[in-house]
Design a binder for this molecule. Structure first.
Ligand code: F6P
Length: 539
């Protein structure tokens, strides 16, 4: 697989030269007596630090990767995004999530953004203080965010991560799936008189969200809320306010986002209303400030010291030169439980593309599969394969150095596991070492207790999980996506790949629910599935 850029072919040659080199040798005192490798490959930015030293890289690799970023026009694309150029040409839009956290008065749409944020803050304060009441005068104790994809994953991830900053007066709930079980598990346990529903949908046409929103509306009415009082229990967030009003939400209760905010980049906008209610407007500003710190770092740091650039380019190194199919995100933090699923949308919906910006098809790999689970849980499930399996899966470990809870004696154990895993991945265990452990009585054990090692990992260090550091961490990955998209010459801001399933889904739904259906329009497999389900639904 090729890319015409000169640095790409230089990297192919370089890969052949270093593919058999062992990281444990690079770290060995004979080769790194001071030692300096960790220091040389650890960089800081936006309040975070990243240790890239346990990667299959040396100075020549980094030089070539930075050269590739330059040749691919990463800086040009970055600047075009920040200044509001149409960087999403298939939808004719800018991608200005960075403007949502900009502090400079001349930033694009600044006044409009501040006005909407002030409206959010006024509302969030009223809900948090208890001044905003439900139809029987009770304060709001449950906020239910109804949305899916970018209208769910970001707010859910952040609210969970910053639970230690959440007001104890209000519980946050997130409902996304059209599976009624998702909404039911929330509403069966809460009091409608104390519940506020936030319907979040950029388009306000999404099947799942609209279905849940209508069921939620019915639930309020069935429990005695007069239609005239629904305004006390429903607010909407959308780039399509007319549709929100049509649904029956008062215009005053509509919070706007704009077409230049992509769904998966939208938690910084009114889509983050549930976050603001949970942690308060001041902490929400801190979240934005952290993202802005990373924006500034990305915009101004030289490419060779630029965290999003390095993270992105090292990802390209494994995806396009080592042929890695996937990469793992392992936050050693329960608070970051939902970060991997948030990143799945961010990375795979952005960069899972086959068409280049010029309309030609790529002949190289694009987005890796992003997956993950918090440590230490993953260690007792799939880490076996990461250590001894036949596939190399690069890993991003995320370590939070100080805990956000009072059980301080757990923390050294947690961090120890995180650091030990990256050490084990790098070192492995040689045959000689395995023989010593197996001893003379058990030579047959040797192959089973050998570890190949040389498995690449990056360790991201967060001092403490604050709104600010979380903002920076999220923005780091957002910009990593742009860096990779630039090299792959694809548009990370559209998502045409979700359309076909939606269109066919409507046809299948009609055939499932119509009084009589002509399922012959489907292939025999789909037709048989529909026929079985029709029979079951009639029971
Ligand atoms: O189907 C994919 C998608 O369009 C995502 O890109 C988006 O985040 C999600 O659906 C929800 O869309 P909306 O906010 O318009 O309901």
């Amino acid at each position: 697989m090729t890319n015409p850029l000169p640095a790409w072919s230089a990297l192919q040659t370089h890969y052949e030269q270093i593919r058999n080199e062992q990281m444990r040798d690079w770290f060995a005192p004979a080769n790194d007596p001071a030692p300096t490798r960790a220091e040389r490959y650890t960089y800081a930015g936006g309040g975070l630090a990243a240790d890239f030293s346990k990667n299959r890289i040396n100075d020549a690799t980094l030089k070539l990767l930075v050269q590739l970023a330059q040749e691919a026009g990463v800086e040009k694309r970055r600047d075009a995004m920040f200044t509001g150029e149409v960087v999403n040409p298939t939808e004719g839009r800018a991608a200005l999530h960075t403007a949502l956290r900009a502090t400079e008065p001349n930033a694009p749409f600044h006044a409009q953004i501040l006005a909407e944020k002030a409206k959010m803050a006024k509302f969030a304060d009223a809900v948090r203080s208890g001044a905003w009441t439900g139809y029987t005068g009770k304060r709001i104790r449950h906020v239910v965010n109804i949305g899916i994809g970018g209208s769910d994953l970001g707010p859910k991830m952040v609210v969970h991560a910053l639970q230690h900053l959440e007001t104890p007066e209000i519980s946050s709930h997130f409902v996304s799936n059209v599976d009624g079980a998702d909404l039911w598990r929330v509403i069966e346990g809460i009091d409608p008189e104390e519940t506020l529903a936030i319907i979040v949908s950029k388009t306000f046409t999404t099947l799942e969200t609209m279905t849940n929103a209508h069921s939620m509306r019915d639930w309020f009415i069935q429990h005695g809320c007069p239609e005239s009082a629904l305004a006390k229990h429903f607010v909407g967030v959308s780039a399509n306010p007319a549709e929100v009003v049509k649904f029956g939400i008062a215009r005053d209760n509509v919070f706007e986002m704009w077409d230049w905010v992509g769904g998966r980049y939208s938690l910084w906008s009114a889509v983050g209303l549930s976050i603001m209610i949970a942690i308060g407007p001041q902490q929400f500003d801190e979240l934005l400030a952290g993202a802005h710190d990373m924006d500034e770092h990305f915009r101004t740091a030289p490419l060779e010291k630029n965290l999003p650039v390095l993270l992105g380019m090292i990802g390209i190194w494994y995806r396009n030169f080592f042929g890695s199919q996937s990469y793992l995100v392992a936050p050693y933090s329960e608070a970051l439980h939902y970060l991997p699923s948030y990143l799945q949308q961010l990375e795979m919906e952005s960069n899972g593309k086959q068409a280049r910006l010029d309309g030609k098809f790529v002949d190289y790999a694009t987005s890796a599969i992003t997956w993950g689970e918090p440590g230490t849980n993953g260690q007792h499930a799939f880490f076996q394969m990461l250590h001894q399996g036949t596939t190399i899966v690069p890993i991003d470990f995320i370590a939070v150095l100080t805990p956000e809870h009072p059980l301080a004696d757990h923390h050294p154990k947690l961090l120890a596991n995180c650091f030990a895993q990256s050490e084990a991945m790098m070192l492995g265990r040689t045959e000689e070492e395995a023989k010593k452990i197996a001893g003379p009585d058990k030579p047959e054990l040797v192959p089973h207790i050998m570890f190949p090692g040389n498995r690449p990992t990056t360790t991201l260090l967060v001092d403490a999980l604050t709104a600010r550091s979380l903002g920076a961490l999220i923005a780091l990955y957002e910009h990593k996506v742009l860096v990779q998209a630039s090299v792959w010459n694809i548009n990370p801001f559209d998502q045409w790949g979700v359309e076909l399933g939606k269109i066919l889904g409507k046809v299948v739904e009609a055939d499932l629910t119509a009084a009589s259906a002509d399922v012959k329009t489907h292939d025999s497999s789909t037709a048989a599935l529909i026929a079985r389900a029709r029979a079951a639904l009639k029971r």
